[in-house]
Ligand binder design. Structure first.
Ligand code: FEO
Length: 387
């Protein structure tokens, strides 16, 4: 059992069995479902875990409590990766009261057929719950990630329980960089909700925070300004790292050759950072993360059925789903007899807010020739300076 602060103990679990988190994200290093107990005169348990780990979680809670029983289960978020084990807990501890927002109890009705009437406590923004020496304050955090979400602040220990915010992919028994998998997680899971994240960051800025306890990923105890700064950048849709991302799909290798030439020319012309991703073969969640991280994006694909090749079509829809905005975009199309991919990509990208289009796009007809090489040179000249 890991002690987080005086009286706060980690009781979460690691999942190395999961194939796809939320049904779509690969998690090569697994996933952690974090839960915490706060021991005082009264005892609160913070959130549950995925349904496959209910027994392990209850065993962790029992070990942490050493014979005592919990008084409260605080449900900050009802997505099943945290809530699916709630009924196990409530059956195990019939005296416990469940605490959540009104939205959380509506979701409990939908998932479990009950709002645990007679054993529930509905809390709103600013509500408090005294455990004895520690008093918990609840902070509404709607749409970070679902509408019912609350954060919880323990002023005595200066601990913020932040629900999905500041979480990452990866189990806690694997060492890995926070930024990379937290960024992929953020833009995949929360990216659409920049404005709600900004609102809750403004509330958090008024708190004295020493420790952040998210529902996924490591407990954050040092250098908090880095993590909060990253969330500020990401939720404001600002450029984190200047550079050009070239996201492409290629059928017979000709578009790939054009992309490689563009990448080479960008580097020759002094572009400090060029990232190339094959949308048909690489992880598209990583490609989405790269697109949001950098300021310039080149979309390169073949014409397919008079429109956009499926891998590119899917990628642009991922960008739209996650509110991609504030970036500079160029197009490269390939078409053996009637190139039409740029028109299709542009129609989709027009749905994004605040996109600036490059002056120079590229059309390849089959394979590279002098004309398309010149177009690539012009686009490289335009994007290499990252203006
Ligand atoms: Fe970790 Fe939105 O659930």
């Amino acid at each position: 059992m890991r002690q987080i602060a005086d009286g706060i103990i980690y009781v979460g679990v690691n999942d190395h069995e999961l194939d796809l988190f939320e049904g779509q994200y690969i998690v090569p290093n697994g996933m952690a479902y974090n839960s915490y107990v706060i021991v005082d005169e009264k005892i609160a348990v913070m959130d549950g875990v995925d349904g496959n780990f209910g027994d392990e979680w209850i065993a962790n809670v029992q070990e942490a409590l050493d014979g005592r029983t919990p008084d409260y289960l605080i449900v900050q978020h009802m997505e099943p990766d945290h809530s699916a084990s709630i009924t196990v807990f409530m059956d195990k501890y019939p005296e416990a009261v469940i605490v959540g927002s009104v939205g959380a109890f509506n979701m409990m009705q939908n998932y479990f057929g009950t709002k645990f009437e007679g054993r529930n406590m509905v809390v709103k923004e600013g509500a408090t719950l005294s455990l004895g020496s520690k008093e918990l304050t609840f902070i509404a955090a709607p749409n970070v990630h679902w509408p019912e979400v609350i954060f919880t602040y323990d002023a005595a220990d200066k601990v913020l329980f932040s629900a999905d915010a500041f979480g990452k992919f990866g189990a806690l028994d694997v060492e890995e960089d926070w930024d990379c998998e937290a960024r992929r997680y953020y833009f995949g899971i929360v990216g659409k909700f920049g404005a709600p994240v900004q609102k809750v960051l403004a509330k958090a800025a008024k708190l004295d925070i020493k420790t952040i306890c998210p529902l996924h990923g490591p407990i954050l105890t040092e250098n908090l300004e880095h993590y909060i700064g990253q969330y500020q950048t990401w939720s404001a849709y600002e450029v984190e790292t200047p550079g050009v991302v070239i996201a492409y799909s290629s059928v017979y290798g000709h578009t790939k050759a054009a992309v490689e030439l563009l990448a080479q020319k960008l580097e020759e012309k002094g572009c400090p950072r060029v990232v190339v991703t094959d949308l048909a073969r690489d992880d598209q969640a990583e490609a989405v993360e790269d697109a949001f991280r950098h300021g310039h994006l080149v979309l390169a694909t073949t014409t397919y059925c008079g429109g956009v090749f499926p891998a590119m079509d899917q990628f642009i829809h991922h960008l739209l789903d996650h509110a991609f905005q504030n970036r500079k975009v160029a197009f490269m199309e390939n078409g053996s007899w009637m190139p039409a991919a740029t028109k299709g990509m542009r129609a989709l990208m027009d749905k994004c807010a605040n996109i600036t289009y490059a002056q120079n796009n590229v059309t390849v007809k089959g394979s590279l020739n002098d004309d398309s090489r010149a177009q690539i040179d012009a686009l490289a000249e335009e994007f290499a300076t990252l203006d």
